[in-house]
Design a binder for this molecule. Structure first.
Ligand SMILES: Nc1ncnc2c1ncn2[C@@H]1O[C@H](COP(=O)(O)OP(=O)(O)O)[C@@H](O)[C@H]1O
Ligand SMILES: [Mg+2]
Length: 283
């Protein structure tokens, strides 16, 4: 069994994954995505039974995933999962298609139609970049004046960064959201991410708190993972005022440094166990 771990910057998470691979005696190589060049071949990555994506950059991951799928190389995650999770519009469509509860969302292509969509939805709303992470490039719009200002800036920037306007209803969550990790058929852990800011990502200062995986969280997390095509994904869940749970988004290359501090789970170990199960399916 030989695993290729595709990274750029090596973070705490990657070091943990290398440790878990060594502990299990799995042969692996660390491959820097920045050194790869595809010329119609698999750039040597067909030497591996599975390639695990740990690149920070979504645009690199999606390109490599597409090329490796085309060359028949198994990847975690598979190209369709990377493509769906990397785009919040596609994620919303997949969740809706599979009946997974998610906040109301609209996609529009002009400032005017966006303002109309927001008026219909009712303030506050969250305007997001369809591609992005770490809570970047999103705005909570509390009223029409804020919406006009931000959409005007977005319209001007579209000349350089064309993208649809993706808007979600704002969920009045209780100062936290829920993050879970799913590996295949298993929910590996759940945490609260709590913050005094409405953006609760740990990358933005949110605090991780361990949350036992309830049957409801387990079911919802696995349903969200299945909706985007399965694999190894992290699920962001919002608690609505009536206590119901809504899946906000699904991530294809999850960080877990916050969860590592507060859960008793060997997260990197569970990730490697999943990669080994995928390997065994291909051998
Ligand atoms: N519709 C929403 N209602 C309430 N809070 C939200 C909403 N969308 C995002 N957030 C907050 O912002 C954070 C980042 O949003 P998210 O859609 O997960 O983007 P990213 O890909 O940057 O993590 C979430 O973890 C949550 O705390
Ligand atoms: Mg998120």
């Amino acid at each position: 069994m030989r695993v290729g771990v595709l990274c750029s910057q090596v973070r705490l998470e990657e070091k943990e994954i290398f440790r878990a691979l060594r502990q299990r005696g799995v042969r692996f190589d660390k491959i820097d995505v920045r050194g790869l060049c595809f010329d119609g071949s698999a750039a040597g990555l067909d030497a591996y039974d599975v390639v695990l994506f740990r690149c920070v950059s979504h645009s690199r991951a999606i390109s490599v995933a597409a090329m490796l799928q085309e060359r028949g190389v198994r990847t975690v995650n598979a190209y369709p999962v990377v493509a769906t999770c990397g785009d919040k519009v596609l994620t919303t469509l997949a969740l809706l298609e599979h009946g997974v509860p998610t906040p109301h969302a609209s996609m529009a292509f002009s400032q005017r139609s966006t303002l109309d969509a927001i008026a219909k939805m009712g303030y506050p709303v969250v305007l997001k970049s369809p591609v992005g992470s770490w809570g970047r490039l999103m705005a909570k719009l509390n009223d029409r004046e804020a919406a006009e200002a931000v959409t005007e800036h977005k319209r001007a920037l579209h000349r350089y960064f064309p993208a649809p306007y993706y808007v979600q209803e704002y969920i009045q969550k209780p100062g936290r959201d829920i993050r879970t990790l799913v590996a295949g058929e298993e929910t590996v852990y759940a945490i609260y991410r709590s913050s005094s800011h409405w953006i609760t990502n740990t990358a933005r200062g949110g605090n991780a708190i361990n949350l036992p995986v309830s049957p409801e969280i387990d079911r919802l997390s696995r349903a969200a993972a299945a909706a985007v095509g399965g694999g190894l994904v992290a699920v962001d869940i919002l608690e609505d005022t009536d206590g119901s749970l809504l899946v906000n988004e699904v991530n294809h290359t999850p960080e877990f440094h916050g969860a590592m501090q507060v859960t008793q789970v060997d997260i990197a170990g569970r990730i490697v166990d999943y990669v080994m199960r995928v390997c065994e399916e291909t051998l």
